[in-house]
Design a protein around this ligand. Structure first.
Ligand code: AHR
Length: 493
């Protein structure tokens, strides 16, 4: 049965902050080391130690913001170990992630250099769990103070004359868990204390992000908002899409049964409920929505690839991941009045990554292609598009088959993104267009004929976007046929 959508181009619903398309890179497995940092002496083409192919790929998706150094690693990271001559830097154990040696070769200077190459904003996460207030305060001084001071002088000795621009700073990570196993009351007090010393030097205004809840821990949000709202600019939230039970078995990234496709989609859609419920609590204390909801970890989490280090969280990425990404973006757009930034976990070689690398080879994942197709929505104006979708049914359970979103850019072009999450059936959608005379439509599609279709080092182009022609324009309406498991972006003008 045809599904009817109505697009009201003149009903504007807010700006889609480009930071919704942000990323996260942790000292975990082969994300930073190998995935980004290879060192100046590497055979892999690099600029000052950073892989050229990765920089080019991330620039191509207009990466707006990058979160670093963790994650759980952040609350064990002591930044002073990661500055100064590399050969003198302390070697430490990365206890969270595989117990491997961390040589600290990628530190503050290297991260800031990476952000400069990417032309993106740095988002640094500080250490509350095992670090001191002084250490955090000195890190901010080191990075952003212009004049004469112990930390600014040290930065200059280490080769960086001018302070960096630092916009986003997280005060701890998952402090209910790996970041110190704290109660919200305790963390809230610590947050107030630590953030006091995260200073705005020389006109560098820092947007302070408090460590937020795990999934549906609404009490955490309630306590943080009640006790500390006035000291924060953003409050984080973490939610991963895991088809299985997290500890009993997460499910495989490839070769999974139909039921795991369905449950993955269902769990991805749960993000909407979480934002609504945490958002309601935030509204109670912050009705003007001054404080951003910062979903600084999200994405799929499967079992690691067989034979790889379980602590490295290396997983393949399929057309299923692409649909998960599309669904998340539609939900984030729907809440663009509150959701000001999100950071998918993680950029390279870890969890739902953009790229996978093997030595000097690099491939794009299906998720990368969704980020590339959706960059048209960065900082665009969300416009109303509504539909009652047909049911997608599996084993007696139902979820909506189609999800869509629309935005308008400064030139007046409207982009409509649509996901058909059904793994078996086409979706026929008619969009009734109001408030725009269309003379031209073009589109691209990302799809596959197998649920676990993915790219590999042997075939890096198995899943990639191609031109989409499955639509016809008649009168005011656009008739579209989406194949199963597809992400489509249409440009209307
Ligand atoms: O992204 C992997 C880990 O997941 C992060 O280090 C942590 O914050 C979360 O539990």
């Amino acid at each position: 049965m045809k599904q009817q959508a109505i697009l009201n181009v003149d009903v504007e619903q807010g700006i889609i902050n480009k930071n919704i398309y942000g990323h996260f890179a942790e000292h975990l497995g082969r994300c930073i080391y190998e995935g980004i940092w290879v060192g100046e002496d590497s055979q892999i083409p690099n600029t000052n130690g950073i892989r050229n192919d990765v920089v080019e790929a991330l620039k191509n998706i207009n990466i707006p913001v990058l979160r670093w150094p963790g994650g759980c690693f952040a609350d064990e990271y002591h930044w002073k170990d990661g500055v100064g001559p590399r050969e003198n830097r302390k070697r430490m154990v990365n206890t969270h992630w595989g117990g491997v040696v961390e040589n600290n070769h990628f530190g503050t200077h290297e991260f800031m250099m990476l952000c400069e190459m990417l032309e993106c904003e740095p988002y640094i996460c500080g250490n509350v769990g095992s670090g001191t207030v002084q250490e955090m305060s000195e890190w901010v001084e080191y990075m952003t103070f212009k004049g004469e001071s112990p930390m600014a002088n040290w930065r200059r000795e280490n080769g960086q004359e001018e302070p960096w621009k630092l916009t986003y700073f997280g005060v701890g990570n998952e402090n209910w868990g790996c970041g110190g196993n704290m109660r919200p009351e305790y963390y809230s007090d610590l947050y107030r204390r630590y953030q006091t010393y995260v200073r705005d030097y020389d006109g560098n205004k820092i947007y302070k992000i408090a460590g937020g809840a795990n999934v549906d821990d609404y009490n955490w949000t309630e306590v943080l908002m009640r006790e500390s709202a006035r000291y924060m600019d953003g409050l984080s939230l973490h939610y991963y899409t895991v088809p299985g039970d997290f500890w009993a078995g997460k499910g495989a990234a490839t070769g999974f049964p139909e039921g795991e496709w369905f449950v993955t989609m269902k769990k991805a859609l749960h993000m909407d409920t979480l934002i609504r419920k945490h958002g309601t609590i935030m509204d109670k204390y912050d009705p003007t929505k001054r404080i951003g909801m910062i979903i600084d970890e999200w994405g799929t989490w499967f079992e690691v690839e067989p034979g790889t280090n379980p602590g490295f969280l290396y997983q393949q990425n399929t057309i299923r991941d692409a649909l998960v990404a599309g669904l998340h973006f539609h939900i984030f757009h729907d809440h663009c009045d509150r959701v000001q930034m999100t950071n998918i976990a993680q950029t390279v070689n870890v969890l739902q990554s953009m790229m996978l690398t093997e030595g000097e080879k690099m491939i794009f994942t299906p998720t990368y292609h969704v980020f590339e197709m959706y960059k048209v929505h960065h900082d665009a104006t969300k416009v109303a598009i509504d539909m009652k979708a047909n049911n997608y049914e599996f084993d007696g359970e139902t979820i909506p088959q189609v999800s869509l979103t629309a935005s308008k850019n400064d030139e007046g072009t409207v982009h409509v993104s649509i996901c058909n999450i059904d793994h078996k059936h086409d979706a026929e959608v008619t969009i009734d267009i109001r408030g725009l005379e269309i003379s031209n439509v073009n589109g691209r599609i990302l799809t596959a004929d197998k649920m676990d279709a993915h790219n590999s080092f042997e075939d890096g182009e198995n899943v990639k976007p191609v031109e989409f022609t499955g639509f016809s324009l008649d009168g005011k309406g656009l008739d579209i046929t989406l194949p199963p498991m597809s992400v489509v972006v249409l440009a209307l003008n």
